[in-house]
Each structure stands twice: as C-alpha cells, then as structure tokens.
Ligand binder design. Structure first.
Ligand code: HEC
Length: 198
C-alpha cells in the first residue's frame, strides 16, 4: 500500500462532518471491503432461493432425519440378516421408518378389523395402552402375533404372513404402545413396565 506523508492531504481528507471533536472524512471504501460486501449479498440471495424459495436444498433438519432413517434402515437389514428376533432386534426394527410403514399397511389390512385402525381395540384388545394379556415386551408381542391365541379368536399369523411380515407388523405394534388413543378399549391384562416406552 502506498504510504502518505503525515502532512500531505488530498481532497478525500477533507472533513465533511464533525462531532465531539471527531472529524469524519469521505474516503473511498477499500476494494476488498466492497467485494466482500458484494459477495455476501450474492451469497445471501443464492442461499435464500436455494433453501426457502426453490426448496431444492435440503434443510439441516431434513438432512438429519434422512441420515437417521438411513442408519435405521441399515441396522434393520443387519438385524434381519442376523435372524434372531430378540428384544433389541425388534426395538431396532421399530425405529426403522420403512419397516414400521410396511407393518402399518399390513396392520390396516389384516389386524384393524379386530384391533381398530388406530390400534385402540375392539374385538381384540387395545394395543395402545401399557396393559398386556400376553406380555408387553417386544419378544412377547412378536410371539403372540406369530403363535396367536386361537382359543380366543386371535389367529396364529406366523404361518400365514411369513417371518418378515410378522417382524414389520411387530415393529409397527411397538410404536403403538403407550400412545393411549382417546377412544381405546379399557385396559386388559397386566401393566407392563417396559423401559422402552416413549
Ligand atoms: C379376528 C380378530 C383378530 C384379528 C384379525 C387380529 N387379532 Fe390380535 N387379538 C385378537 C383377540 C381376541 C386377542 C386377545 C386374545 C386373548 O384374549 O388372549 C388378540 C390379541 C392380540 C395381541 C396381544 C395383546 C395383549 O394384550 O397381549 C396382539 C399383540 C395382537 N393381537 C396383534 C395382532 C396383529 C398384529 C394382528 C394382525 C396381523 C392381529 N392381532 C389380528 C383378535 C384379533
């Protein structure tokens, strides 16, 4: 930068405004400043359209949700490959939106006539409370759905639907627990102290 002798003055050094003994000149803004300013404005316009107007950009929350779902899906695949449907495996499937969605569809088609579309119960018990006749642990629920309770009108679904469908519908039923839909059937069975309740 060219330095100037202390006493040398130019037209730019003319004081145009003074207050409290402080003089204000009208220097030209440095180029780096002007270009930084223009760049921030251009960035802001781009940012605005990318995220809020065109909706083409994925917001951080959406990106986070997608990553969580991807992770859950990968874990669900692992669980199925492993083949052992214990409590953790089933809880894992119940966190995978895809498995839950498939299970939900099946539930609407096959189970809702007796358990209601929202799981609140009818001919069959309410699946949205914390009371279970045959146990509220994930593996208990899986077992009940697989083997049924033929004497009471609940079919053994395992043979009819196949393992993967039972896994999905169990995952869905696990998401119903303790959601306590308003028009649900009164509780039946024992209070279950599953720690995994939401
Ligand atoms: C024809 C009616 C009917 C259909 C269809 C039906 N259920 Fe049931 N379900 C029952 C009855 C009745 C019981 C209660 C059995 C008892 O009293 O021991 C029951 C019990 C259950 C239980 C155990 C509840 C508890 O309190 O322990 C679960 C879980 C369950 N059903 C899930 C399902 C799923 C999932 C489906 C669909 C694949 C399904 N049910 C389809 C009638 C039905």
């Amino acid at each position: 930068m060219a330095s100037r002798a202390p006493n040398e003055s130019s037209a730019e050094d003319k004081i145009i405004h003074e207050y409290d003994g402080i003089g204000e000149c009208d220097h030209q803004l440095p180029n780096w400043w002007v270009w930084t300013f223009i760049a921030t404005v251009a960035f802001a316009i781009g940012y605005f359209f990318y995220y809020s107007q065109l909706r083409s950009g994925e917001l951080p929350l959406e990106a986070y949700k997608r990553e969580v779902a991807e992770h859950a899906a990968a874990r669900a695949e692992q669980i199925r490959a492993h083949g052992v449907m214990d409590r953790d495996a089933l809880e894992g499937l119940s966190k995978d939106p895809k498995s839950v969605a498939k299970g939900g569809e099946l539930f609407q088609q096959t189970c809702s006539p007796c358990h209601a579309a929202n799981g609140g119960g009818g001919i069959g018990p309410n699946l949205t409370d914390r009371y279970w006749i045959h146990g509220g642990a994930p593996n208990d629920i899986y077992q009940t759905i697989t083997d049924g309770v033929p004497a009471k009108g609940m079919a053994a679904w395992g043979g009819q639907l196949g393992a993967e469908a039972i896994q999905n519908v169990t995952a869905f039923v696990l998401t119903l627990r303790n959601t306590n839909v308003p028009d649900g059937k009164p509780p039946q069975g024992e209070l279950s102290n599953e720690t995994e309740y939401k």
